[in-house]
Every structure is written in C-alpha cells, then in structure tokens.
Design a protein around this ligand. Structure first.
Ligand SMILES: Nc1ncnc2c1ncn2[C@@H]1O[C@H](COP(=O)(O)OP(=O)(O)OP(=O)(O)O)[C@@H](O)[C@H]1O
Length: 243
C-alpha cells in the first residue's frame, strides 16, 4: 500500500532489541510525505520505540531507515532533530517564559528569534501575544501542548512525531489540538506520525493507519480500515477498545 505516495520515512526490515528483549520485529513500511499516519496498538506493542528510531533517539539493531530517501545514519544528529520534530504527552519545557522556550531551539543554532516571529508562531497555534511573557508553569495542559507544537514549527521540521499528545487533556483541548494538527499538516505540508490510544481519533484524523502488536506491524492502510477490519487480530483489538 501507499505505493502512490512518496515516502517521507521508509523502514526496511527494521528490528530493535534492548536488554536481551526483542521489541520490534522486522518492520517494513512507509510514512507518506505530507500525510498524517496514526499509529495504534495495545500497550507495549512498540509504538514509542518506533518513533524514537525515526528521530535517531535509538538506532535499529537490524535493518535500515530512510528519511527523505537518505539513510538516517548519514544525518548529522542536530540536523536530524530539527528535520524530525517530536511532541510528547508530557510536553517537556524549560522553566521560564513561553518566549524563552520558543527562543531555545534557535539559540542552539546560534540564531535569534524576533518577537514578531514568536507572535506569528503563537497565532499559528491559536494563542494570543499575551502568552509570550507567561510562565510555562502557569499554563493549562492544553495551552502547554500548543506551545510545544509551536516550538516544533520554529524548527520548521518537515516531519513531526506525536506521542499521545492529547491523552491527558479535556475534551475541548483535545478538539483544539486535533484541529491544530490538521491545520498545520495542510498549511506546512508536514508529515505527521501520531501515536494514539483513541481509535476514533486515529480514524478521523489519520489519512493512514499502522496497527502494531507485539513488536510487529500487523496492518497498514487507509485509516478507514479501523471501521471494518479484515485482519482478525485487528478486529479483535478494535472490538476490545470499542471504537
Ligand atoms: N530499553 C528497554 N529495555 C527493555 N525493554 C524495553 C526497553 N524499552 C522498551 N521496552 C519494552 O518494549 C515494549 C514496547 O515499549 P513501547 O514503549 O515502545 O510500547 P508502546 O506501544 O509505545 O506502549 P504504550 O502504548 O504503553 O506507550 C514494552 O514491553 C517495554 O517495556
């Protein structure tokens, strides 16, 4: 599947083991450029490990990962982190203001971020300019997640990895973040890979879906596959989660 789409990330028989445990078993597949692929599966299936391999936090034990047709190992580590952004449920930040958090990725490159640029990034995520001087510690979970997403925009990442970014949020914030991700995907043509336990979200937000189980990729296709799974293991998983 996905053969009609240019791959942004391609995994070729990727396996990963740690501490004598096989966590990922010969995964082969592509994440199409400019599309949102949702990644679902039971707890412990290996989803987070897969994301960590895609931005170089971990290296495969076996197999090869291509990012925009180049082996991931040929990227300089900081360039790779810029190219492939990551947003996590906990949205880790430095203590300080929103502006200081925005400026950090630039200062690591020896560059400055102007106030005007920072305001533009805030607008992109639906926050007004008064947030620039607000302390990170005083933000709600939803606001914090928006700041975290804005920070990935500052890096102009062409690939964004999202690990359960809405699971700790209230219903309204979940909707806001879903709308935001969809808008960013269209506006900047960013390739997104989104781990979620919310199958309704995986279905409605994803163009494509990967289903993982016990370290294996057991199904890939258009996200609508979750509505009427043909694969009995996927059907059992979906029924268990009550999509
Ligand atoms: N460094 C490691 N050493 C040993 N086992 C590990 C290591 N990292 C992860 N694991 C194990 O590998 C399995 C997959 O972990 P991973 O976090 O990738 O799963 P997941 O699908 O993201 O789960 P969840 O949905 O609960 O976040 C788990 O059983 C985990 O305990």
């Amino acid at each position: 599947m996905n053969m009609l789409y240019e791959p942004s990330i391609h995994l070729q028989q990727v396996s990963f083991s740690a501490n004598g445990k096989t966590i990922l078993k010969s995964i082969t597949g592509s994440f199409p450029k400019g599309k949102i692929t949702t990644l679902v599966g039971p707890s412990g299936a290996g989803k987070t490990t897969l994301l960590k391999l895609c931005n170089g936090l971990l290296s495969p034990t076996d197999g090869q990962i291509l990012i925009d047709n180049q082996p991931i190992s040929t990227y300089e580590p900081t360039a790779l982190r810029r190219h492939v952004g990551i947003a996590l449920q906990a949205a880790p930040m430095i203590n300080g203001t929103v502006f200081e958090n925005f400026a950090l990725p630039r200062s690591l490159q020896g560059k400055k971020l102007t106030k005007e640029e920072a305001i533009q990034y805030l607008q992109d995520v639906g926050l007004d300019q008064s947030f620039l001087q607000r302390s990170i510690n005083g933000l709600s979970g939803g606001q914090r997640q928006k700041v975290s997403i804005a920070r990935t925009l500052i890096n102009q990442s062409s690939i964004l990895l999202l690990d359960e970014i809405t699971s700790a949020l209230d219903r309204q914030s979940v909707q806001d973040i879903e709308t935001l991700i969809t808008t960013i995907n269209k506006k900047y043509n960013v390739t997104m890979i989104w781990i979620t336990h919310n199958l309704q979200q995986a279905l409605t937000i994803g163009h494509f879906t990967w289903v993982m189980m016990d370290g294996e990729l057991i199904e890939t296709g258009k996200s609508s596959l979750l509505k009427a799974p043909v694969n009995p293991r996927v059907a059992e998983f979906v029924q268990g989660v009550n999509v």
